[in-house]
Write a protein that binds this ligand. Structure first.
Ligand code: FES
Ligand code: FES
Length: 158
């Protein structure tokens, strides 16, 4: 199939790439741009582990075509830390034990960062709703909710 040229920003860097129209955003990120922090789970929109932010909103990159990101800004987990410095939310995931196997973690962090940007003081119910599209088989979710809730407090933002 004829390739399409697209331009997009990924983690603040501009890219111009040719993609097969059937290529998913997930494959573009992992296989062409080498950003393997985005997990491939079910590959069909069920588990949420492939979540990235497109124009600051969480999307499932396994069921979004790469060409649909044309002209947009994509954030992956590689774009959250500033150099060697983890974001406060990343630190809190570690400190609060919100990471076990880590498979869901990139998606959970991105969903949490996006939520806190839109709603700096979410309730626990709003946090639960925001992360509801990402499955975690390890933590029972409570520590993830704790970490996001704490990141929303003055102390968490320091
Ligand atoms: S890998 Fe995309 S939703 Fe499971
Ligand atoms: S920490 Fe293992 S799936 Fe969430």
């Amino acid at each position: 199939m004829k390739e399409i040229e697209i331009t997009l920003k990924v983690n603040g860097e501009d890219f111009r790439v040719e993609v097969d129209p059937r290529t998913s955003l997930l494959r573009l990120l992992r296989e062409r741009l080498g950003l393997t922090g985005t997990r491939q789970g079910c590959g069909r929109g069920d588990c949420g582990s492939c979540t990235v932010l497109v124009d600051d909103r969480p999307v499932l990159s396994c069921i979004m075509f790469a060409f649909q990101a044309d002209g947009k800004s994509v954030t992956t987990i590689e774009g959250v830390a500033k150099g060697d410095r983890l974001s406060r939310l990343q630190e809190l995931f570690v400190e609060r034990g919100a990471i076990q196997c880590g498979y869901c973690t990139p998606a959970m962090i991105l969903v949490g960062e996006s939520l806190l940007r839109r709603n700096p003081s979410p309730t626990r119910e709003e946090i639960r709703r925001a992360i509801s599209g990402v499955l975690c088989r390890c933590t029972g979710y409570e520590k993830i909710v704790d970490a996001i809730e704490e990141a929303s407090t003055e102390e968490g933002r320091r």
